[in-house]
Write a protein that binds this ligand. Structure first.
Ligand code: SF4
Length: 356
């Protein structure tokens, strides 16, 4: 990086440094893959024309190719020297089209007994990919097959590649809470942001010719209401709060207990969504003999997602779980269980959305 770039990058860092940072922690041990988060986000924000294929909050099955297809191999973000890594814009097909169904034929055409619901793409073709095409397939060999769910939203990164890639200056990080937003009056639909984001969490609205993505439900947050995905989450696994609030669950899980880890931190964008990695049962052989030294989900696979501290975190989680099982106190387990909802999970955003 030349001197001008270094100074420019430092200036950008100062300009984009928010006073506080809102963040989320997802406890993967509690996600049941019900997609209530995805549907609540969809109903709230992405129902307009041009947004049909947009899912700002998705829940992917791991191991799997995810949304968009094979997103982990598409590049983007920053390399070890802080230079942008090459990437490309995912296609609409890779995200997965919004399907139509032959409901009239099945429900009202008198053919209900001889036909069945068949999805077609907007081009009228049979789909060969969708936002959750490989749901529940997972990985591993019998009898050690395994999978877990990975909810994903925009990470509202501290060093957002999308923001720096935009030649229009349309993307900004809010000073008050670090939420990353796209100003759609400034956006001209160039899609450099879609290319640069290593998490591929920006969609293109082909009707309005703009990029669109998760807005951390800022209109709700400003009124003291939790983001829709977190409020509606059936597993109560989405913690929301400020990273610097030492009494809040986010600070405790990320900085005090250090059990919440960013996804693919090697991309260098410094995500503000963190994950408590999933525990798994031990492997068994074909005769059912248990091998306690080998967890069913290979630790190396989890390290590929959440980095080198995974092993240490899983050991701590197991130890605290064992304490709780033996009737001893465990502050960490109590925190993760969320005995008092919503106070324990998003204490700054308790207001009921029905009041709005
Ligand atoms: Fe930008 Fe992608 Fe980071 Fe969201 S996850 S702030 S879209 S780089």
């Amino acid at each position: 990086m030349n001197e001008k770039n270094v100074i420019g990058r430092e200036l950008e860092g100062i300009l984009h440094k928010p006073k506080r940072q809102l963040a989320m922690v997802f406890d993967l041990n509690k996600c049941l893959g019900c997609h209530t988060c995805a549907i609540s986000c969809k109903r709230q924000w992405t129902r307009e024309e041009g947004m049909e294929q947009q899912w700002w909050a998705v829940v992917n099955t791991q191991p799997g190719l995810g949304t968009p297809k094979n997103w982990e191999s598409l590049g983007g973000g920053w390399d070890a020297k802080g230079e942008p890594r090459s990437s490309r814009i995912p296609t609409r097909d890779e995200f997965g089209d919004a399907w139509q169904f032959n409901k009239d034929e099945v429900f009202h055409g008198g053919k209900g007994k001889v036909t069945y619901l068949k999805p077609v793409t907007t081009q009228g073709e049979a789909p060969d990919w969708g936002p959750n095409w490989d749901e529940d397939e997972g990985g591993g060999e019998y009898p050690n097959s395994h999978f877990f769910y990975l909810p994903r939203i925009c990470n509202h990164c501290t060093h957002p590649a999308c923001l720096e890639a935009c030649p229009r200056g349309a993307i900004y990080k809010r000073a008050e809470d670090g939420i990353v937003l796209i100003n759609d009056k400034q956006c001209k639909g160039f899609r450099f942001c879609m290319e640069a984001c290593p998490y591929k969490r920006i969609y293109y609205n082909h009707v309005r010719d703009v990029g669109q993505k998760c807005i951390f439900c800022f209109p709700r947050v400003e009124k003291g209401v939790a983001p829709a995905c977190a409020r509606q989450c059936q597993g109560r696994l989405r913690f929301v709060g400020y990273l610097d609030d030492e009494n809040g669950p986010i600070h405790k899980l990320v900085h005090q207990w250090r059990v919440a880890l960013p996804l693919h931190q090697e991309h260098g964008t410094q995500p503000n969504v963190y994950y408590v990695p999933p525990l798994s049962p031990p492997s068994v052989d074909i005769n059912g003999r248990v091998d306690p030294s080998r967890p069913r989900i290979p630790t190396e696979y989890l390290e590929g997602l959440f980095g080198p501290r995974v092993r240490e975190v899983l050991t701590l989680l197991e130890a605290e779980k064992a304490k709780k099982n033996q009737g001893q106190p465990s502050e960490l387990m109590d925190l993760l269980i969320v005995y008092k909802w919503p106070n324990d999970i998003f204490p700054d955003f308790l207001r009921d959305p029905a009041e709005l």
